[in-house]
Design a binder for this molecule. Structure first.
Ligand SMILES: Cc1ncc(COP(=O)(O)O)c(C=O)c1O
Length: 442
């Protein structure tokens, strides 16, 4: 069986980092708050030269489509048909090794089919993080499922299992996790808990194609894993989706929901074979999307590896600075990056506010902003009784999520190798940190 290439993140030790960057010699930015700025380095915000002079150019553009994709789409135009969908499913199965998979129109339809596929009784409660857009949560209402919003861990942004445990009731039947921005959740612990309590797991892997834990890809941990192939995603097809299924029952039920062409292809003994109509939806992936996805799948290992090592280099250096943290990968985790490189800034340790740091870094030429993302428990659609037979369970406070909102900062996802730019980003942070005593007083 093909495994994800081995899990270790090859973390730089602090010492190798210090050696490699020459920081032992200069050392200034590692000193406590109030350390003196390096001589001659006036902050750009005070009129000095910018630290970042290299243009990002196309280093943040995505998707990368070229001749290979053009030819693949052209071939579908020249010979219209659905063959690319079957071929995509075959390629996907070879790469990710799920027991079963089905291509869908998009990630949302993969999630909706998954919720149907799980076949849970009306009123079942599903533990789901609030820090997650609506795609896999709002459709729960179609199946009389009840979202129970759970907190997120302030240093990973992912599902907080300890908080979830407190929200368990006699009606809890499932967990829906999302591997946010490409960082896998702590699936071993979540799966153990689910097994102990008899819960099913739906993994929303929209951001995390090719991410793995101890060599096992995300999407293969729970009973069902749903992926988006929308144009910004790690495996982009402009629009498209895929789902992995742990067993034949989940696969056949979920596929029958939105693919009337499937039941006729199931084995004779399938209980879904009789539904030549499907079960009410039509969620077929567009074959041009499938053709694009196949091209991207051929390049996904090289692309995610390049991005992983580049962001690792950047983050390992930035996290040497007081008060800067990255989304912490657990042991054996190989993450990917989607929609940014999200970090945290603790103002008490940094000695200046997040706003002050962002202002100074922006002036240096760093593309940086406060972190912001969908928070579903505040969304009006989860609060109006006309949409729900069983009202969602909405907590008053989610402290972990609030901490993420207070401390999160977002840098770009670099989709091409840009070592000089990475170096300049580090220099910009170091320069601002060298002035943090003065900035902190302002
Ligand atoms: C976490 C998450 N899940 C699901 C989806 C839905 O995917 P799609 O846009 O392909 O329907 C998205 C889309 O951005 C997403 O961010």
């Amino acid at each position: 069986m093909r495994k994800a290439t081995n899990g270790s993140q090859n973390r730089n030790t602090r010492r190798t980092f210090l050696k490699s960057t020459g920081a032992l010699a200069t050392g200034f930015y590692l000193a406590g708050a109030g350390s003196a700025p390096a001589r001659g380095e006036t902050l750009a915000v005070d009129g000095g030269p910018k630290a970042v002079t290299v243009s990002a150019g196309g280093a943040t553009s995505w998707p990368h489509f070229g001749d290979e994709e053009r030819k693949a789409v052209d071939a579908v135009v020249s010979s219209p048909g659905y063959g690319e969908i079957d071929a995509f499913e075959k390629d996907w199965k070879e790469h990710f090794q799920p027991p079963y998979c089905k291509a869908h129109m998009n990630g949302t339809s993969a999630l909706i089919s998954g919720l149907f596929g799980l076949n849970l009784p009306a009123g079942s409660e599903i533990l789901v993080p609030s820090l997650d857009p609506w795609f896999g949560i709002l459709p729960m209402r179609f199946f009389d499922l009840v979202p129970v919003f759970v907190d997120s861990k302030p240093r990973t942004m992912n599902f907080d299992l300890d908080d979830a445990k407190k929200r368990l009731t006699a009606k809890t039947r499932g967990i829906e996790v999302v591997h946010l921005f490409g960082l896998p959740c702590e699936m071993e612990a979540i799966c153990d808990f689910a097994k102990e309590k008899g819960l099913v797991i739906l993994e929303d892997c929209a951001h995390a194609h090719n991410a793995s834990i101890n060599g096992k890809y995300v999407g293969n941990w729970g009973q069902i894993g749903a992926f988006s192939c929308q144009g910004s995603k790690v495996l982009p097809a402009i629009e498209g989706g895929m789902a992995n299924y742990e067993n034949r029952e989940y696969y056949e039920r979920a596929a029958t929901f939105g693919h009337y062409e499937c039941p006729g292809r199931f084995p004779d003994d399938s209980k879904y074979r009789k539904y030549g109509t499907g079960l009410g939806m039509k969620l077929r992936m567009h074959p041009m999307g499938a053709a694009l996805a196949r091209c991207q799948l051929r390049k996904i290992d090289a692309q995610t590896e390049m991005e992983r090592s580049q962001h690792h280099e950047l983050n390992a250096r930035l996290c040497q600075l007081p008060g800067i943290y990255e989304q912490a990968p657990g042991p054996g985790v190989k993450r990917v990056y989607w929609a940014g490189n999200h970090l945290f800034l603790d103002p008490a340790k940094a000695g200046m506010s997040r706003e002050t740091a962002i202002k100074a870094l922006s002036a240096e030429g760093v593309s940086i902003s406060k972190f912001g993302y969908s928070v579903s428990h505040r969304d009006v659609a989860f609060r109006e009784a006309e949409f729900w037979r069983h009202m969602p369970v909405i907590p008053d406070r989610l402290p972990g999520l609030e901490e993420i909102e207070r401390t999160g900062i977002s840098l770009p996802r670099f989709t091409r190798p840009v070592p000089e730019l990475v170096d300049q980003y580090v220099k910009a942070f170091e320069k601002v940190w060298a002035h943090r005593g003065q900035l902190g007083k302002a």
